[in-house]
Design a protein around this ligand. Sequence first.
Ligand code: PLP
Length: 376
Amino acid sequence: MTEAYLDHAATTPMTPAALAAYARAAELAGNAASVHRAGQRAREVLEEGRSLLAASIGARPLEVTLNAGGTEGDNHVVLGLSALRSSGHIITTQIEHSAVLAPARTLAARGFEVTFLAPDAQGRITGAQLRDALRPDTFLVSIHHVNNEIGVVQDVAALAKVAHEAGALFHTDAVQSLGVLPVDVQAWNVDFATFSAHKWGGPKGVGLLYVRRGLELPPLLLGGGQEQGLRAGTHNVAGVYAAGVAAQDAASAQPQTHAHLRRLRALLEAGLRSLPDVTLNHLAGGSPKIVSVTAHGADGEALLMNLDLEGVYASAGSACSAGTMQPSHVLTALGLEEAAARASVRFSLGRFTTELEVDHAVRGYARALQRSRPFA
Ligand code: PLP
């Protein structure tokens, strides 16, 4: 059966170079924390991976805290900073990933004050809006770079500047950025940034948190004192090394990838627009990786199942809410009715996606749609 995997924002396959790097490094027996030579050999490979990761995001190796991915990085910043105080205010947005929203709600339940900024019709958060929400007791602003459902890109450099002017720290979830858009934490001048390797061709369950040098952040996991005491646990040497190899490759190919994704997105958009009662939700200036489409009158769950039968793999809203089929909080924040949000599918393209796959997806979607509109 012909298949089209168009779910690269959920996860993208490991690149052959990353797989080979993983296999090589996984042969090392040592624990990177051990002082004997076997441990030191593992340590060297780990540090090589860290350096590649740091260079790919514009950071210094010492500013990279290795961890298990985006969910951990987001939780670490929000919960970690709040552990330094007993009260205060944080600002985030209604359209963040649940890895930020859930800890932010936990803080609210513990008595912290939390503002969830609403995006404008274009999905954007403006500097003026952030300025209005900042207070003397605001200690953290957390706003993502690229939205995983509609692809909107926030001007994190400008937003970080506004936060800093008011004395607040700035965190960005940049999980969907590397390899698609330029990433430079120094140029952005952010204090914390979250990354996850399985979005750029590295392994799942490996990520990093950028922590600007000199900033205090309590650990989320206590134990062996690895990662300068910021993140305990035996290092995943092979995972980190493979993540670094893939990051370097993704970052250097970023301009070509961006151009390729733009071409494919235009093809996909043209195919989808030719279908009846279908509207596109993603934003023109946003990440070219994301295409969000609503088929009015369709049953979203049936649509995804029928797409699967066609060999077309996509997500309903975000992958994390797909299991429960809740209407996407991002689409409803943009003003979509619940029924329309439920009838929405996110296609996401990858660096190695082909025109054939896009063509197959459009045809499969058209057939799936015919079977998923109960009254059509
Ligand atoms: N943040 C965003 C924007 C994401 O898209 C995701 C994954 O879908 C995450 C965080 C969670 O990352 P991870 O899967 O590495 O835990």
